[in-house]
Every structure is written in structure tokens, then in C-alpha cells.
Ligand binder design. Sequence first.
Ligand SMILES: Cc1cc2nc3c(=O)[nH]c(=O)nc-3n(C[C@H](O)[C@H](O)[C@H](O)COP(=O)(O)OP(=O)(O)OC[C@H]3O[C@@H](n4cnc5c(N)ncnc54)[C@H](O)[C@@H]3O)c2cc1C
Length: 148
Amino acid sequence: MTAVKTALVIGGGIAGPVTALALRKAGIEATVYEAYAVTADGVGGQLTIAPNGLAALDVVGAGDAVRAVGLPMNRTIMTDGKGKRIGEFPGLTGLPPSRALWRPDLYRVLHDHARAQGVPTEYGKRQRVGHLASLLHDAPISLVSSNY
Ligand SMILES: Cc1cc2nc3c(=O)[nH]c(=O)nc-3n(C[C@H](O)[C@H](O)[C@H](O)COP(=O)(O)OP(=O)(O)OC[C@H]3O[C@@H](n4cnc5c(N)ncnc54)[C@H](O)[C@@H]3O)c2cc1C
């Protein structure tokens, strides 16, 4: 059993709220710090979540909500700009389908779920190493969930 009770999660994109939810399940209260002053609602294109990603979301209780905003994808067909078929990727044998979805929907569902579970997100809080050192006095774990 860990003695750690609080944590900082840096980056409120896709991984941030999920990380905070996972910490919460482990009995650690996490606050998400996001650099942008506003949410990223409505920003982004399409992406796919594989079965292992959906299984991970099930662990934090967000799997069904994410499935509900995605389309099951059993195979992928690639075409060129004129529609000519150039490749096909089958689904993964013995596993449920991946889910194709819009990033804004995924973002919204994950943030709504985290908020409903009591995970706070602070916007306009770009974290830097020096700043982290002071914050760490309050929270001994810091997790960076960003692609910077
Ligand atoms: C606005 C946006 C739209 C995207 N659209 C698509 C898409 O359409 N299709 C696709 O395949 N991929 C897209 N991506 C990338 C994809 O979402 C990520 O690669 C993937 O979700 C990984 O999630 P992540 O949480 O690690 O990173 P991200 O989802 O990129 O989130 C990282 C977050 O950390 C914040 N951050 C960075 N540095 C700091 C700091 N110092 N302090 C505090 N916060 C910080 C960023 O502002 C960002 O919100 C997009 C990313 C963003 C940010």
C-alpha cells in the first residue's frame, strides 16, 4: 500500500484525465494541469482506439462511454485520393473491434467522466521544471501526459 495520497498530472489532453482516474482508483487524488487556458472542445480529427486501449478505459470506468461515441472497425482499407484501393488491414483475430472516433468526442467523454468522478482540471497552468519543484511539496508524484 502506497503512502502517496496526491499527484499532479501534467497535460489535460487524452491521457491526462485517464491517468488521473487510474490514480484515483489506486487511492491517490490527482489534479490535472493543462497549459491552455481553454478546453480543446471541438479540436482535432479522427483517430482509432485498439482493443487494448478500450480494455484500459474499462479499468477506469470510461470504456462504455467511449464505445458509445465510436464506430466499431473490423478492418481498415486504404485508398488513394481517387478511391483506388492500395491496401487492407484485417482486424485482430479473437479480439473485439477497434473503435474509430472523432478526437473531440473522445476528449469530451473522457473529460466529462473525469469531472463526474471528482477529478479537478486547472486550465492555463503550463508547468515548468522550476514550478514543478514547488508543487511537488504538496504532491510527491508528478506524471507527464503530454506529447511535447
Ligand atoms: C488539440 C489536439 C488535437 C489533436 N487531434 C488529433 C487528431 O485529430 N488525430 C490524431 O490521431 N491525433 C490528434 N492529436 C494527438 C493525439 O490526441 C495525441 O497524440 C494522443 O491523444 C496522445 O494523448 P496525450 O494525452 O499523450 O497528448 P495530447 O492529447 O496531445 O495532450 C497533451 C496535453 O498536454 C498539454 N501540455 C503540453 N505541455 C504542457 C505543460 N508544460 N504544462 C501543462 N500542459 C501541457 C497540451 O496543451 C495538451 O492539452 C491531437 C492533439 C491535440 C493536443
